[in-house]
Design a protein around this ligand. Structure first.
Ligand code: MHO
Length: 266
């Protein structure tokens, strides 16, 4: 006859002894496997806390300002401005036409453009204009390089008389550099800036999955608001000033160098 008093409880009979003091029952083991599996399955989409001091709002007496420019493909335009000191956020969209709610596949008379949100204490409109002129060919008619068409025309969208005055002055200066061709850039009062579809925002950054992961796979809304994302978008397009391009490159190298030994223990 079986001595029931000597039977061990189920949890003990099938348990696994990990060390002298730690014993895992089947239930515990199952839970550990579930947790570990979900960890590895989700590893692709792990998000780190957003270390970026966003949303950045400027100071109460000097609030942030926005400027809008059209200078060819907005993928590149966004990257042209994102790395500048004092630029807080960037977004791409459509403006300059009459069609309400334009979309990428039906822009009609709108132009692709970039909206630049900046801190006027750190960068001024005049400096943004300098970047605008030096970042595209304002003498090419309705296009930039191979991108030809109305949607790629060059426009400075203004918002008030002071901006219009500065834009007109800068255009004159640009024209005076050479009279052999005409500067085609239009200066227009900004009516409505329509945000482009999410897939066009921070387009250059989105082509680089390593950078996205290093930034913690921010969701779309955060990516759009993020100051770091604006910078990294420029970095991905290699449009940051050379010294910043090098600095970010070195930091990424550092992260990779420090973390690869972790893999040795796999
Ligand atoms: N040359 C670019 C234009 C894209 S754009 C956002 C391309 O088709 O790849 O219009």
């Amino acid at each position: 006859m079986e001595d029931l008093s000597r039977r061990r409880p189920l949890s003990e009979t099938r348990s696994i002894r990990i060390s002298r003091s730690v014993t895992l029952s089947p239930l515990h083991l199952f839970l550990v496997v579930v947790v570990l599996t979900s960890f590895f399955v989700n590893a692709q989409s792990i998000r780190f806390a957003n270390r970026i001091p966003d949303p950045y709002t400027g100071s109460p007496n000097q609030p942030l300002r926005t400027a809008v420019f059209a200078l060819g493909s907005f993928w590149r335009s966004e990257a042209v401005f994102g790395c500048l000191d004092g630029v807080v956020r960037t977004a791409v969209g459509y403006a300059g036409g009459s069609k309400p709610n334009p979309e990428y596949r039906s822009l009609r008379d709108h132009a692709e453009c970039v909206q630049v949100e900046y801190d006027p204490r750190l960068i001024c409109y005049r400096q943004l204009l300098d970047v605008f002129w030096s970042s595209h060919d304002s003498r090419q008619v309705l296009g930039q390089g191979p991108d030809v068409g109305n949607q790629y025309r060059s426009i400075i969208f203004t918002n008030g008389t002071e901006e219009s005055r500065l834009a007109a002055l800068s255009k004159e200066r640009e024209q005076s550099k050479s009279k052999s061709s005409v500067v085609t850039t239009q200066i227009q009062h900004l009516e409505t800036f329509y945000h482009a579809e999410p897939e066009h925002q921070k387009f250059e950054l989105k082509q680089n999955s390593l950078l996205l992961q290093l930034m913690g796979n921010l969701p779309q809304e955060e990516l759009q608001q993020s100051n770091l994302a604006a910078k990294m978008n420029s970095f991905a397009a290699e449009l940051c000033p050379p010294h910043i391009q090098k600095q970010i490159d070195a930091k990424i190298g550092d992260i990779i160098k420090k973390s690869w030994p972790v893999l040795r223990n796999v």
